[in-house]
Design a protein around this ligand. Structure first.
Ligand SMILES: C[S@@+](CC[C@H](N)C(=O)[O-])C[C@H]1O[C@@H](n2cnc3c(N)ncnc32)[C@H](O)[C@@H]1O
Length: 314
């Protein structure tokens, strides 16, 4: 199961035209029944009625892609981007996968919409359906790094990047005095706040959230299953180095691949090569204390290739 398929609800942005919206609904029924050609035809009709109908263009792009109509799929995804410049459907990601756009960051509005919709079912979908174990892996890695240097694994202040509903803070609750949670999705942040595990929570982009923190103000920074939504990690690592106190740790899980650099996987998550992570951590002036091949979750009942990294500010 890919990340997109695990999503409980599909984003729908009304066209504002009742007839066009109704054609869209019929088209979705047909799509779900497997009649892709008829569904594409109806979607095209609905975009004729409402040319700025982003959800129809996006769905048409998906169907054309399934039908093997590469160029026509690209054209539909481009229309979806024009219809919704914030790109809440993530048409840019589909264009990247189709080779029509260079690898670049995810549209923030897409991440927010995705996780705002996902929030109510997040923990069941991730933990039960995808066997998610990111926080437990980070916990073990951080404890090992501290044991290796004979220092206690207790942290006065910690920052949880992409905190979601608070699973990482839960795993580290006995180890940390004060947690700050940062996440792009207001619905996820609501849930994190409700746990009572965070002294402070913020709706912000990860690197931006760190940018607002004073120098040398955190002992631990966690990012559990969060850098998979960032292509370029340079800004995040630079800010992490600045915000950590000497001796502080940055621990994160990543998805990885056997090649070089960063790729966008079919599940619409970035995979970073081990070489890329090592280089980026070094370039940021951090020291890699631990980097292990460990998978944080499953897809199609198989572990997704992953890494658990702990970097130290020396
Ligand atoms: C798969 S969830 C993981 C949540 C949590 N860390 C856990 O282990 O359960 C990823 C979270 O990262 C957030 N996120 C993704 N990209 C982000 C970004 N650039 N800045 C801040 N949060 C981001 C999402 O909103 C989502 O809540």
């Amino acid at each position: 199961m890919t990340n997109a398929e695990a999503m409980p609800v599909r984003l729908f942005l009304s066209s504002g035209d009742l007839v066009a919206d109704r054609r869209f609904d019929f088209a979705r029924d047909l799509q779900l029944k497997g009649d892709l050609v008829a569904a594409a035809d109806l979607l095209l009709q609905s975009t004729e009625l409402a040319p700025g109908f982003a959800s129809a263009w996006f769905t048409l792009g998906e169907i054309r892609q399934r039908l093997g109509e590469h160029d026509a799929a690209i054209a539909a995804f481009r229309k979806a981007q024009i219809a919704d410049p914030d790109d809440r459907h993530g048409a840019r990601l589909r264009l990247m996968l189709l080779g029509a756009e260079q690898l670049s960051s995810m549209p923030p509005a897409y991440v927010r919409a995705l996780f705002d919709q996902y929030a109510p079912k997040f923990e069941t979908a991730l933990v039960d359906d995808l066997g998610y174990r990111g926080p437990a892996l980070l916990f073990k890695a951080v404890l090992s790094v501290r044991a290796a240097v004979r220092r206690p694994a207790f942290f006065k202040s910690a920052i949880d990047l992409g905190c979601g509903t608070g699973l990482a803070a839960h795993a580290f609750a006995a180890q940390v005095d004060q947690f700050i949670g940062i996440d792009l999705s207001p619905r996820m942040i609501e849930r994190a706040r409700a746990t009572g595990l965070y002294a402070q929570v913020e709706v912000a982009e990860m690197a931006e959230g760190l940018r607002g923190k004073p120098d040398a103000s955190a002992d631990l920074i966690l990012a559990a299953d969060a850098v998979v939504y960032l292509s370029d990690l340079a800004a995040l690592l630079r800010e992490a180095k600045r915000v950590l106190r000497p001796g502080g740790l940055l621990a994160f899980t990543a998805e990885t691949h056997g090649g070089e650099g960063v790729i966008l996987g079919e599940g619409l998550r970035y995979a970073h090569s081990a070489g890329y992570l090592r280089r980026s951590i070094g370039d940021a002036g951090l020291t890699l204390s631990r980097c292990e091949d460990l998978s944080a979750r499953n897809e199609d009942n198989a572990p997704v290739p992953g890494l658990v990294a702990v970097a130290a500010k020396t």
